[in-house]
Design a protein around this ligand. Structure first.
Ligand code: CP
Ligand code: NVA
Length: 310
């Protein structure tokens, strides 16, 4: 069953091409079906250890990686936060130590450059981005799996992201456009995805995928097949919370905004949600909401990713 290979690192969705992304999502769907049927599958991490290195809090990513590794036959080590990435010794030295003990490192950190530095120092280590300030590619795998489960092909579908032009927006856009879908991102001025990131996303479009950037939430949501949002203040930006709450208020996903989307449109959120800020209870708890499917799919998508890397 597990016969697809991948690059040796997954620091970004862009480490995959469209064929590898589709292969990963197909394998994720197979592993999901096998788990639901309690059917045994291959355990390609048997005898291997995976290090989980987290510099920021996590419920979903940490839990789903722990379960994924164990279900693939491997075991995890979780060094405490005060020794993981550069406080006690250099990032490169941490990587060079881990390379001698484990086969895969799953890393959540701040700047993407820290992750790149870690990965470059240990070329034999397979490295996975578990969220940086700039990208959240494992989330994008789960989001793409969720969209494909609902829509099949994405080539005639529009996904609107309303809110901060952040890590989740960037990785989502990369995955959707690589699958031939259409992305609209609405953010307030000054909080858009950087133009270089938009150009990079456009460059990886396949099968007619497109991206549009606007500051108009209603225009982005209008006729969209899914409306996605994320927190207005990401981890590490807490000092900006008050300013952001004021600025982002017109970007709240509420019933009025959802009423502009296509009939039956999905509501998506990576979680954790700040209910009453970026999304109302009414929307996140509505039948349109697939947020817990997304959370479940973190597990299946990451099992597929680890199987490809392992
Ligand atoms: N969506 C997500 O990455 O959740 P955690 O921060 O809880 O891992
Ligand atoms: N943009 C959020 C995502 C959390 C999963 C953050 O970086 O905090």
């Amino acid at each position: 069953m597990i016969d697809v290979t991948a690059p040796t690192r997954f620091l970004s969705v862009l480490d995959f091409g469209p064929a590898e992304l589709s292969a990963c999502l197909s394998l994720a769907a197979e592993l999901k079906a096998a788990r639901a049927a309690r059917r045994a599958h291959e355990r390609p991490l048997t005898g291997q250890h995976v290090a989980l290195l987290f510099e920021k809090p996590s419920l979903r990513t940490r839990s789903t990686f722990q379960i994924a590794v164990r279900e693939l036959g491997g075991d995890v080590i979780e060094p405490p936060q005060d020794v993981v990435l550069g406080g006690r010794e250099s990032i490169a030295d941490v990587a060079r130590n881990l390379e001698r003990w484990v086969s895969i490192a799953v890393v959540r950190t701040f700047a993407q450059a820290r992750l790149e530095e870690f990965a470059s120092a240990a070329p034999r280590l397979r490295v996975v981005n578990a969220l940086t300030d700039e990208e959240h590619p494992c989330q994008a795998l789960a989001d793409a799996l969720t969209l494909i489960e609902r829509f099949g092909e994405l080539s005639d579908r529009t996904i609107a992201f309303v809110g901060d032009g952040n890590n989740v927006a960037r990785s989502l856009a990369q995955a959707v456009i690589m699958l031939g879908g259409h992305v609209r991102i609405a953010s307030p001025a000054g909080y858009e995805l950087p133009p270089a990131a938009v150009a990079e996303i456009r460059n990886c479009a396949a099968n007619g995928g497109t991206i549009e950037v606007t500051d108009d939430a209603a225009a982005a949501a209008g006729g969209a097949d899914a409306v996605y949002t994320d927190v207005w203040t990401s981890m590490g930006q807490e000092a900006e919370t008050a300013t952001r709450i004021q600025l982002f208020a017109p970007y709240q996903v509420n019933s009025t905004l959802m009423s502009l989307a296509a009939p039956g449109a999905l509501f998506m959120h990576c979680l954790p949600a700040h209910r009453g800020d970026e999304v109302t209870d009414e929307v996140i708890d509505s039948p349109a909401s697939v947020v817990f499917d997304q959370a479940e799919n973190r597990l299946h998508a990451q099992k597929a990713l680890l199987a490809m890397l392992g």
